[in-house]
Design a protein around this ligand. Sequence first.
Ligand code: ZN
Length: 240
Amino acid sequence: MEYHDHRLAGAAPEPKNTMKEIITISKEDYLKAILEAESEGQTVISSTLAHWLSVSPPAVTMALKRLKRDGYVEVKGDGIVRLTPKGKETAYHTARRHHLIERMLSEMFSMDWYRVHDEAERLEHAVSPAFEAKLIERLGEKGLCPHGNSILPESPEQLKKRGLVPLFEATLDVNYTVSCLHERDPKLLAFLHHSGIGPNARVKVIERNYDETVTIQTPSGTITLGRPAAEKVWVKRRKR
Ligand SMILES: [Zn+2]
């Protein structure tokens, strides 16, 4: 793929045995990250992309230049990166493939939920249209991924319509079940996993603290989560 940039801009492709260490950030990765952020109602600027994709700011600048030149994004005077219709189409397609691969890894190979995202990031670029059609045939397009997300990223409004609230805003002392997690940030997923919070976990906010943290009862004990993590976990009220 013409856009494949290495983490170190301009570096020659590495020999196979060191590939594990190097995550290739492609055009599709950029577009998908922008799509996800837009659907979460976040504004995307160059430095946020560098953070999410773990690439250097100069690498992002170069990639954005090319994405702009090729008509995938526009960056106006305010510095905000927005997808063009062409960019959206490519991003949708990538998101769809990502979703199908995550479901394949989880439903067909029982891979742990906090590992599938990274694995899907690698595999999604290798999927041919024929294999994609096979995955759709086998898995269907309606299901949720192991993080509880639907095939295209949903906005906070759409999630609220599904009856979900961010854990950060959950009512005190009420039983909830974790429905979905923001999956863009692998560090967040690992952090949540270590904190005992995953899809379908039963949680209850027992205290809302002055420093914008919440104390939560989870199946594995009581933990305290800061707002940046607690607002990326969406929960649904349990009947009892
Ligand atoms: Zn997912």
